[in-house]
Ligand binder design. Structure first.
Ligand code: BG6
Length: 477
């Protein structure tokens, strides 16, 4: 760094951290909460890993946890409201008072500690009753029920919450039957219905943005997307094209829909290739085009290196993970190992420079502010006998990614907030508790909850220093 001062972040930058309801709260059926798709998704795997029943028990330990947030110096905390705590069946006429009170207490306590709540309305956990009733997002009724739920949240918490996230990672949801909530039925074909579910979520997002702007003049609202930066495996034009194709189909088509309200032509073409189509109502176009997000929330973890292939074995195409050898886009591409990068134990490449590239690409295309809603490292941590966690690997990750965030800001990207994922160890959405993301360790194993003791990791202290110096100390590390 030529000049240390360069690493100071903008005044009022929101240094944050995040979690989501099903990944931390536990109390999965307590105080009237209804069961959700995320609960069932985790319960299906409860013979192999921890589930949402207790998770890390934020529901009962929130006071202790918010105290830790305050001590860390957090300026923002991104968390989600569980729709089924407010409306246990997803569409009840009367909200569940105990659920409503829980989030009231969280929001008030955060504000008492000068922490800005960034509230996600829907993070992978649709009330299961809506899946039973009408197959969740497959039905347009879900749009109305989601809008009614959002309306209630705006009216109840909107006097205090300034930042709202509509839907977390809708593209990822539309690829996971169990997370989105899908009832198998021989008359319904998943491949075609998932595109309709995606479409219905775009409508829901647009309606709720519009509603928020009408009800809460000072609030800001936007979606959070999973952004995957892609590299071609070689300079062969096919590799370059398909790297672009994956980034366009997975990331830009989604942001285009949010910002411009229309499917890009290449996406329509892709749907044709998949033999699927989406039912458009007369008013859809107007609804989609009339809602503009105030920011884009970016969840960013990794890059993918893409090689053109032409695999005809359709079975191989079903795997939607990103590990090397994964086949995607109807057998057209293969994800390959990037020899220039290190990988996590779960096969995720670690690529801080890719983060700067992503932030630049997004901002240069849409010119609206960015909130980094997620960025973090899942790793196995070891608790020492003296109860420490020396997670130097997480410190390295955080440092290198934040330097690239600052570089992107200097490149001209408007970034309002960085929310490290996650504040505390969570239930990983795919891998249970041992894939730890937190700055705060929770002493529990997959099957033994123990006392759920909270222990600050070395990365907690590191982030604390960063926040305190508004990023300045990054230049000295
Ligand atoms: C994002 C989700 O996709 O990735 C989070 O919004 C999730 O909920 C994170 O925890 C990391 O993924 P995983 O599967 O390791 O938990």
């Amino acid at each position: 760094m030529e000049n240390n001062k360069e690493l100071t972040f903008p005044k009022d930058f929101l240094w944050g951290a995040g979690t989501s309801a099903f990944q931390v709260e536990g109390a999965y059926l307590e105080d009237g909460k209804g069961i959700t798709s995320a609960d069932l998704h985790s319960l299906q795997k409860s013979d192999k890993q921890a589930d949402t029943k207790v998770s890390v028990d934020f529901y009962h330990k929130y006071e202790e946890d918010i105290k830790l947030m305050s001590e860390l110096g957090l300026k923002s905390y991104r968390f989600s409201i569980s729709w089924a705590r407010i409306f246990p069946n997803g569409n009840d006429r009367i909200p569940n008072k105990l659920g409503v009170d829980f989030y009231d207490k969280i929001i008030n306590l955060l504000l008492d500690n000068n922490i800005e709540p960034i509230v996600t309305l829907y993070h992978f956990d649709i009330p299961q009753n809506l899946v039973e009733m009408y197959n969740g997002w497959a039905s347009r009724k879900c749009i109305d029920d989601y809008e009614a739920y959002a309306k209630y949240c705006f009216s109840k918490y909107g006097d205090r919450v300034k930042y709202w996230i509509t839907i977390n990672e809708q593209r990822v949801l539309a690829e996971s039957k169990s997370l989105i909530g899908f009832k198998e039925n021989k008359n319904i074909n998943w491949e075609s219905i998932r595109h309709q579910m995606n479409h219905n979520m775009y409508l829901a997002n647009a309606k709720v943005i519009k509603l928020c702007h009408k009800m809460l003049q000072n609030a800001k609202i936007g979606p959070a997307i999973s952004y995957l930066t892609t590299y071609p495996a070689s300079s062969k034009p096919e590799d370059v094209f398909y790297a672009k194709q994956l980034e366009d189909i997975w990331s830009f088509a989604t942001i285009d829909m949010y910002c411009y309200g229309d499917y890009p032509s290449y996406y329509k073409q892709y749907m044709k290739e998949c033999n699927v189509s989406v039912e458009y109502d007369k008013s859809d176009s107007e609804i989609l085009k009339n809602a503009k997000p105030d920011f884009i929330g970016i969840n960013w973890y990794q890059t993918a290196t893409v090689k053109y292939t032409n695999v005809l074995d359709k079975e191989l195409n079903k795997n939607n993970s990103l590990e090397p050898t994964t086949i995607l886009l109807n057998g057209k591409i293969k994800i390959v190992k990037n020899e220039n990068l290190n990988y996590t134990n779960w096969g995720w490449p670690i690529d801080p420079k890719g983060f700067r590239i992503a932030l630049r690409k997004i901002y240069e295309r849409y010119h609206i502010p960015i909130i980094i809603t997620e960025n973090g490292l899942g790793a196995e941590d070891t608790l020492t006998e003296s109860k420490n966690i020396h997670d130097n690997y997480r410190i390295e990750f955080l440092k290198n990614h934040l330097i690239n965030v600052k570089n992107a800001i200097d490149d001209g990207v408007e970034i309002l907030s960085y929310n490290y994922w996650s504040f505390i160890d969570i239930l990983s959405s795919s891998n249970g508790i041992n894939k730890r993301y937190g700055l705060v360790y929770v002493d529990r194993d997959e099957f033994n909850e123990k006392q759920l003791e909270r222990i600050k990791k070395d990365s907690y202290y590191f982030y604390k220093d960063i926040i305190k110096s508004n990023g300045f100390i990054l230049s000295k590390k």
